[in-house]
Write a protein that binds this ligand. Sequence first.
Ligand SMILES: [Zn+2]
Length: 256
Amino acid sequence: MRALEIEVFSCRTDNYGVLVHDPETDLTATIDAPEEGPILEAAARRGWKITHIFTTHHHIDHVEANLALKEKFGCEIIGPVNEALAIPGLDKTMADGDEFHFGEHLVRVIETPGHTAGHICYHFPDDKILFAADTLFALGCGRLFERTAADMWHSLQKLSVLPDETAIYFGHEYTLSNARFAVTIDPDNERLKARAEQIEADRAQGKFTIPTMMGLEKETNPFLRAADPAIRRNLVMESKTNEEVFTEIRKRKDNF
Ligand SMILES: [Zn+2]
């Protein structure tokens, strides 16, 4: 089986667009459809035709180009069953644990309620790739619009059991702000400090911070580290539950 090819580009204000191409079958999926123009340009640059849209959640900056792309390419739109009515042009719904194939590549759907009620992530276990959209960011996690912090903590736990070598593609370039926040929560984490410095340098040059890796996130992303003794000490929350610590971290980020 030949490796998937991935094209990443920026669109809208701070969204990332991601195309996934299977060279064996010539299938190309866009992960969400934030904006028609940049998606068409990226596809043309690589000589790919969009055959699928893998929708993660209903927010307009993730579905706006669904109908335009469907009209142009006749592509199939896959999306979360719990947001089916809010997703334009949806053909096929997916629930937690559902599996399907993209060419020969296995795809597993992971429901991650929190940012929205029905948000799903697309995991390619054999390729060690996760499309996490607005659930898990580099050094961050999605804002809580439709579910509780406890729900989001549970969703992030489902992602954090994936192998450390999993490459994570996420929905927005928020990494600089996330890094500056993360060091206030976990100030003695040397790996985090080094990463934050690197991010400052990379973003100053406009470099993309996508993809990230699960192992690195587990070591440095405070939203995955509510159980960490140093973070609990820093927040004076040693006796609290992981959910309570996570809730406090999320609240602080909302006001950062
Ligand atoms: Zn969103």
